[in-house]
Structures are given as structure tokens and as C-alpha cells.
Write a new protein. Sequence first.
Length: 185
Amino acid sequence: MADNTCTPLSGTQVDVWHCKALGVYSDVTNNTEGFATQGQKFLRGYQGTDANGMARFTTIYPGWYRGRTVHIHFKIRTADANNQTYEFTSQLFFDDALSDQVFSQQPYASKGQRDMQNVTDGIYQNGGDQLTLAPTQANGGYNATFNIALDLTNADTGKSDAARAGGPGGSGGPPPSPGSATSTP
């Protein structure tokens, strides 16, 4: 995004990752949830964007784990004409009513009642309503599209989450604020 105009970012890497139906992530140890999956690679992947700036993923509906609402992590990795690299990390969310419908079915239902709704999730409270997917039923599953604009003229866009003042929700911070990196449904 430059001069209030968006240009598709082709050849940009988009990573996504989320937990499986019972709240387990691959390649991590979580003592609270009681799993260790180092070396396992599931529900993690990346795609390069096409000429229209689109990346497409096929996955399952994410599960939940204690203390967080339902979400999918994403990271966009790109470089500008001067080879300055940028990384933008955040999370996408789902409507609670849809999550409740999914979680009433197996294998999700075997985990029990989730303990966090969007309204009580600390990361969602910092702008998650701007990062909520609106899936529609299609071909026995769901489809969702989400447009993201990155202002690559802003020096904060490529900083690590720790260095970014109030950085996006990839590792716990809020979503982007207008002027640094914006996300619109």
C-alpha cells in the first residue's frame, strides 16, 4: 500500500498455522494442555502469492485450547524493491456462533466446553473484530477470503513483535493499527 493505493504483492510468502480439533499444535511443548509435538509438522504451511496477491489454503476448522478463543495464525513475508524485508504476523478469528456449531460435532465435542469466547479473549479485544473471517458454506465445507493491506512505507511493518510498539497479534499483541499495517474484511 502506498499513496492510499494497493498493489498486489505477488511472490510473497504467506504462512498459516493453527491447532487441530483437540487443541494441539505441532512442533511445540505445552505443559498446560499436556502435549509435546516437537518435530511433528501438521496444520502448518505456506504458499506464495499469485500475480493477484492471492494465497490459498485448505485446512480444517481450528480447535481451541485453554485461555484462547478460536484463531488461525498467519505471517506475511515480503521484500520491497530495495530488498528491504518485511514480516507481518497476526491472527484471524471466527464468529462464536459458528465455532459453537462446529464444536458440537466430533471430534471437537470430545474436548468439552471451551473456556474462552471472542469477547473475553485479550488478543481479540484489541481489534479482533477487524480480523474475523466470514466463512460461507461451499462444496461440503466452508470458504473464506480475507484481504490484507500492508503499508511498506512504514518502518514498523517489518519489526519483530517484541520491537514493535503494540505489535500485531501473532505472539500476543493486538492487531495492527491504521497507518502501520491494516487488515480489512
